[in-house]
Design a protein around this ligand. Structure first.
Ligand SMILES: C[S@@+](CC[C@H](N)C(=O)[O-])C[C@H]1O[C@@H](n2cnc3c(N)ncnc32)[C@H](O)[C@@H]1O
Length: 248
C-alpha cells in the first residue's frame, strides 16, 4: 500500500527514501568491481556506499565495536566483504564467506586475497602486464587505484572462504558478530540446493547466531521474511532492493 505523508512516499512500513546516516556520497571508483577488485562476467555488484552504510548500521546495534567477526553466508565473489575489509578493516578481525558455487568461491578467495600486501602486489603485477600489453587507460587507472588501496592496508585480516549451503542448519567453527548478506534474487543468481528460500535461510542461520549477532539481509521486494526466531531492528527499501536488520 502506498501512502503519502508530508510529500514522502511510504510503501507499507518501508520508507522508500534512503537516508544515508553514516556514509557520504564519496568517490568510490577505486573499489569499482573489475578495476582492482576481481569481477566475473554476469556477476552482480552491490553499491559501495550502501555496503558501508549497512555495516555502520549493524555496528550501531552491535555490542562489539571492534575486532568484528564478519560473515557473508551467500558471499558470491565476496565483493561486499572485500569492500568492508578495505574500508572498515580497522574494526574487523576476521572475515568469512561461504557459497554453494565453486567458481564464485574461487573469485571470493582471490578478492579477499587483496586484503593482504602479497595479494595486492600480485594484482598489481597482473595489471602492469595488462598495461604493458594493451596500453589501456583503464589499466593505468587501476594501477593508480592499487597505489591508493595499498596505503589503506593497515593490518592483515584473517579470511576464509568455504562451501556451505546456507539453507541447511549446522554448526560453524566460529560465531559471527555480524552477518551481512545479499541473497539471490531476480537475475542476481538463484537459490541453489533447496527450495525454502529466505525463511529457510533465516531458520538455518538462527543456529549459528548468538544473542549478540547482528544479521543484515538484502533482498528484492518480493522476498518476505517471516520469522519468530529474531527481532527485527530496522528495514528499508533502496531502489529495487530492500534490507532488514535482525537480532535473535
Ligand atoms: C546476489 S549473490 C551475492 C553477491 C555477493 N554479496 C558479492 O558481494 O559478490 C547471491 C549468492 O548466493 C549464492 N547462493 C545461492 N543459493 C545458495 C545456497 N543455498 N547457499 C549458499 N549460497 C547460495 C549464489 O551462488 C550467489 O553467489
Amino acid at each position: 500500500m502506498v501512502t503519502v505523508n508530508n510529500g514522502l512516499k511510504f510503501y507499507g512500513e518501508y520508507e522508500n527514501i534512503m537516508e544515508y546516516k553514516f556514509t557520504y556520497n564519496d568517490n568510490y571508483e577505486d573499489f569499482a568491481s573489475g578495476r582492482v577488485i576481481y569481477h566475473m562476467g554476469g556477476e552482480p555488484t552491490f553499491p559501495v556506499r550502501l555496503t558501508l552504510e549497512l555495516y555502520e548500521r549493524c555496528l550501531q546495534y552491535s555490542q562489539k565495536k571492534k575486532d568484528i567477526i564478519l560473515y557473508d553466508c551467500c558471499c558470491g565473489g565476496a565483493y561486499m566483504l572485500t569492500i568492508l575489509g578495505l574500508l572498515k578493516g580497522d574494526t574487523i578481525s576476521k572475515i568469512y564467506g561461504s557459497d554453494t558455487d565453486s567458481k564464485r568461491l574461487k573469485l571470493a578467495a582471490d578478492n579477499l586475497g587483496l586484503l593482504t600486501e602479497a595479494g595486492l602486489m600480485r594484482r598489481k603485477e597482473e595489471l602492469e602486464a595488462h598495461y604493458a600489453t594493451y596500453g589501456k587507460a583503464s589499466h593505468r587507472e587501476a594501477l593508480q587505484s592499487v597505489d591508493r588501496i595499498e596505503k589503506m592496508l593497515s593490518k592483515d585480516i584473517e579470511t576464509e572462504v568455504f562451501y556451505r549451503n546456507v539453507l541447511v542448519p549446522g554448526e560453524l567453527s566460529f560465531t559471527p558478530d555480524m552477518i551481512i548478506t545479499d541473497v539471490p534474487y531476480g537475475n542476481m543468481a538463484e537459490w541453489s540446493e533447496g527450495s525454502g528460500g529466505i525463511n529457510q535461510m533465516m531458520d538455518a542461520l538462527s543456529e549459528i547466531c548468538s544473542k549478540d549477532t547482528i544479521l543484515c539481509v538484502c533482498m528484492d521486494k518480493k522476498q518476505k521474511i517471516q520469522t519468530e526466531k529474531y527481532v527485527r531492528l530496522e528495514r528499508q527499501q533502496v531502489g529495487k532492493r530492500k534490507f532488514e536488520i535482525y537480532r535473535k
